[in-house]
Design a protein around this ligand. Structure first.
Ligand code: ADP
Ligand code: MG
Length: 332
């Protein structure tokens, strides 16, 4: 279960809202509509001011279509075909090629902290098991030796991966789908929406009254849906990667789903969560995972070096650190 929460402030009383809409020149027939779906192992909630809820239902179908390409487990998906190609080139959908291209760019700037060829290692971890167990250390070391993003070749829409290697887009696919759904809804005339893909939030415009959306960042020690910070945002994306998302505790150690590409073991550093703020949710998703792996110092330096991208790091001791432009997003 994802734990990042999203709070949408109570709507203004109806009369006031109507006035606000008229003042803004908006269509008064638009009402707040929501749909909920479940794709990519995540609860998806799309909320928008629109005249017809069908547009949101259609957007969920778009999520389905993208999941059919990007899922590791759906037989016949692009990722499945890449992972079963035994070294042969695979022609993929332009969408898949674009996700992989973005992933490789993030691998490059993070010096391999983000690596979609993590799959042989991530496949040895089962974070959903009732009685969790550690993978065999030797098997994990062997799997990690097959993790190397530089060995993945992408030319146009053709992917070639050496036999024995596999990819896992779990660290970036939801972000890409967030961007795609935003574009889809914008094309259908939506100007005010908040889209939640588990811990990934994408906003379109502000609320109809011109105020920013309020977004909760999960309390690192609290129960699911309890926020530790509240962010404000009008347009743009907020993606959080946290060590509490998927994992288990054994002998006092938290084993979670963000892995060190060099070893295949869960990252252990001072961080509990990383939130990336910026326009692109695909970049935000990859960067949140990358910065988590890099740790407090190098992770902050990476985000600080990027234009129009900010970060909020929450340390295990609950200290909150922001990049130089990150403060403006914080409500409390
Ligand atoms: P979530 O899926 O909870 O939003 P993240 O975006 O942080 O979390 O991505 C974690 C997922 O990414 C893991 O479940 C796994 O599929 C994959 N992954 C784990 N470690 C890495 C890594 N170092 N680089 C790229 N992907 C990773
Ligand atoms: Mg990610």
């Amino acid at each position: 279960m994802k734990k990042t929460a999203l709070w949408i402030k109570k709507r203004l009383p109806a009369a006031l809202l109507a006035v606000a809409l008229c003042l803004a020149g908006g269509a008064a027939a638009e009402t707040k509509e929501s749909v909920v779906g479940y794709q990519l192992d995540t609860i998806i909630t799309l909320t928008a001011y629109c005249e017809d809820k069908a547009v949101l239902e259609d957007a969920l179908k778009e999520c389905d279509r993208l999941e059919q390409l990007l899922s590791k487990t759906i037989e016949g998906s692009d990722v499945w075909r890449i992972n079963h190609a035994e070294g042969q080139p695979v022609e993929v959908d332009p969408v898949t090629a674009e996700v992989i291209r973005t992933a490789l760019a993030i691998s490059e700037i993070s010096e391999g902290a983000f690596d979609i060829t993590i799959a042989p290692a991530s496949a040895l971890w089962d974070f959903k098991e009732e009685t969790p167990a550690l993978p065999d250390a030797e098997a994990l070391a062997e799997a990690a030796s097959r993790v190397n993003w530089r060995a993945l070749q992408l030319e146009g829409n053709t992917v070639t991966l050496p036999a024995g290697m596999m990819i896992d887009l779990g660290g970036i696919a939801k972000g890409y789908i967030g961007d795609a759904v935003r574009a889809y809804l914008e094309n259908r005339g939506i100007t005010s929406a908040v889209l939640a893909f588990g811990g990934n939030i994408v906003t379109i415009g502000t609320k109809p009254d011109g105020k920013p959306w309020k977004i909760g960042v999960q309390d690192i020690d609290g129960p699911a849906m309890e926020s530790m910070l509240v962010l404000q945002m009008g347009g743009g994306s907020a993606v959080t990667s946290g060590n509490y998302e998927r994992g288990f505790e054994l002998d006092g150690v938290l084993y979670h789903h963000i892995l060190e590409p060099a070893t295949g073991w869960p990252v252990q550093n001072s961080l509990a969560s990383v939130t990336i703020l910026g326009d692109s949710s695909a970049m935000g998703d990859g960067l949140s995972t990358a910065a988590f792996v890099l740790g407090e110092e190098k992770g902050l330096a990476l985000i600080e070096s990027m234009k129009d991208t900010e970060a909020i790091f929450i340390l295990k001791d609950r200290t909150v650190i922001t990049t130089s432009g990150g403060e403006k997003y914080l409500v409390r």
